[in-house]
Design a protein around this ligand. Structure first.
Ligand code: C2E
Ligand code: MG
Ligand code: MG
Ligand code: MG
Length: 295
């Protein structure tokens, strides 16, 4: 009868919840050891100039190479890392790894000397009293110019304590580090943040960029408005999640300067980057109008 069915359903539900909770507990305890076990990986996604499609830098994106489950997305384990405090050592590791990698490319790959490296960080790192010293130390050890480092922060995450966040961000800014507001447009206080924080770049969220390319005229208006806002505040703009040529053409028309997305590349393991750069510069050279003309 209905009562029994209900009971059976409730049981199944609680079993599923139990499985989910215990796999989360597993992940939590395994994540605590992932760093020591060398299971974290940093992948890199190129950021390109919208008008030339030349690469200007890379965004570092962490993955967890789980021995049984394979590559786990940061969307799954960063929230756990934030809740357990593991984000502090993980974030520091990603930063040091990405800086060392960027400096290696800049010195070893011809034409790569000006590439920037963008690293995501969490509000919990902002609240860590050692954070500025850690960034300064990581920069010194890597030998990378501070201006080559772009720290990306997700705006929604800063809202609790914007004054404290501003103080830390000002100290980072004083080091010469550049700051980007990530996922712009999805938080609640975007404009207030622009006013109060020493930010140089806005990253337009993929949810707006995905509507470009003719499917959604409102999306184009929103992206245009963000680009206009950035221009009037003298900020740089990166459009995230560009997947089609139509979206790229819309971005050109709108006047967004930078972009990243699967159209150019998914995030790649570092060993694939030198070859990707070589192919990309080959494409850029063959597209440039003056490439084959003698100077
Ligand atoms: P995010 O910083 O906004 O990074 C961009 C995300 O969009 C990446 O997902 C990237 O793979 C994805 N993406 C890029 N282009 C495209 C596209 O054309 N189409 C689609 N569908 N997706 C695209 P990913 O690597 O899964 O990272 C997710 C989020 O996890 C990041 O979003 C960031 O908030 C967070 N995250 C990643 N690495 C770190 C880290 O080292 N520290 C912290 N605190 N957060 C991180
Ligand atoms: Mg980011
Ligand atoms: Mg983003
Ligand atoms: Mg994000």
């Amino acid at each position: 009868d209905a009562k029994n069915r209900g009971r059976a359903q409730a049981m199944m539900f609680s079993e599923e919840m139990h499985t989910r909770a215990s796999s989360r507990l597993d992940l939590e305890s395994q994540l605590a050891r992932a760093l020591d076990h060398n299971e974290l990986r940093v992948y890199y996604q190129p950021i390109v100039d919208v008008s030339t499609e030349g690469v200007v830098g890379f965004e570092a994106l962490v993955r967890w190479a789980h021995p049984i489950r394979g590559l786990i997305s940061p969307l799954e384990f960063i929230p756990i890392a934030e809740q357990t405090g593991m984000i502090i050592p993980i974030g520091e590791w990603v930063l040091r790894e990405a800086l060392a990698q960027a400096q290696k490319w800049r010195t070893e790959i011809p034409g790569a000397a000006a590439l920037s490296i963008s690293v995501n960080f969490s509000v919990l790192q902002l609240q860590d009293p050692d954070f500025v010293a850690v960034v300064a130390d990581a920069l010194t050890r890597s030998g990378l110019a501070p201006t080559a480092l772009h720290l990306e922060i997700t705006e929604s995450v800063m809202m609790n304590d914007i004054e404290a966040a501003a103080e830390t961000l000002n100290a980072l800014h004083a080091l010469g580090v550049r700051l980007s507001l990530d996922d712009f447009g999805t938080g609640h206080a975007s404009l207030g943040h622009l006013d109060r924080l020493p930010v140089q770049t806005i990253k337009i969220d993929r949810s707006f960029v995905g509507g470009l390319g003719g499917e959604n005229p409102k999306a184009a208006s929103i992206v245009q408005a963000i680009v206009n806002l950035a221009r009037s505040l003298d900020l740089d703009v990166v459009a995230e999640g560009v997947e089609t040529v139509e979206q790229l053409l819309d971005l050109r028309r709108i006047g967004a300067r930078l972009a990243q997305g699967f159209l150019w590349s998914r995030p790649l393991p570092p060993q694939e980057i030198p070859q990707w750069l070589m192919r990309a510069s080959g494409r850029a050279a063959s597209q440039a109008p003056d490439a084959k003309r003698p100077q």
